[in-house]
Write a new protein. Sequence first.
Length: 346
Amino acid sequence: MTRKRPVRLLGLLLAVAVVHGAAGARAGENESRVWVLQIENDFFTQLTNTDRHYTNGVRLSRVSPPGDVPGWLGAMAAVPSNFGPGGKPSSQRWAVSIGHSMFTPDDTDAVALVPDDRPYAAWLYLGFSVYSVYEGAEGAARQDVFSVEAGIVGPSAKGKQIQNTYHDLIGVDLSNGWDNQLKDEPGLKLGFIRKWRTAHADVSADGRYETDVIPHIAVTLGNIATDAGIGGLVRFGENLQEDFGPPRIRPGLPGSETFGLTDGLDWYVFAGGELRAVARDIFLDGNSWKDSHSVDKEPFVVDLQTGFALLFNRFRLTYTHVFVSPEFRRQSQWDQYGALTLGFNF
């Protein structure tokens, strides 16, 4: 019964968020809100049904119309946003999300602990974010993103049940080592990301095709992860949207869950990277206060990505192919996975 309580609590909080979102949808037809579903999986980059390392992440988010940020969340977001040029943001939204991530070693057939590979782990969490946009000259802009995530790592996150139930449904071998996963631990993660978007530069005589650059810095604090990153993204496309690139589940290059409406089909392609200094990663370092499996992590990690975005009317579909440098000492090669995101603006 004890293990079911965190799952039930997160489910109740998500239900409250959904009801709040539905009520908001009836309140103002001229204000847009966004629902975003993100799926990250190593299946997208492989020809066989195998799992290794970061093997799956799912996140469902509801982003509010501009304004109406809850007081407690706005007060927390104002602290890091005060470090930089002052002034009131031209637009501010908040989001609520629920997510689940899973990690396994390379050898999922082994029942015994695989000591030189990363631990089995799952992370179930509820997140809140504030997106503050500061408009600049000629279409340039800055976006500050403050986020807080709270949840559970360990058996209560149900990684074993979710992965093996899915494998059983599609006729794939089960992952046999989940009894060696990290132990239950409540988790808290605070994040701050600052992005700058340059003004769109025309690359065709008629102004139809444009490009821009979106550099960023990012900091994460908490027992789940403590790290700092710097990187950027380059976009090229037709009638570039006033967003900040496609969203990713952190750690990973930050993007924008919001986007504008289009009259027809717009598109862009993108490429970017991030260098991240890692002080703590519970999925490699193991539990904070209990003995558990762990590996020696690499202090610096490189994250590269490339992909495309399609925007049609109220929808945005993006696919990102991700390359991640070795995250622990005995890892011999870069990891790859795909990230698929569907956004609906209404």
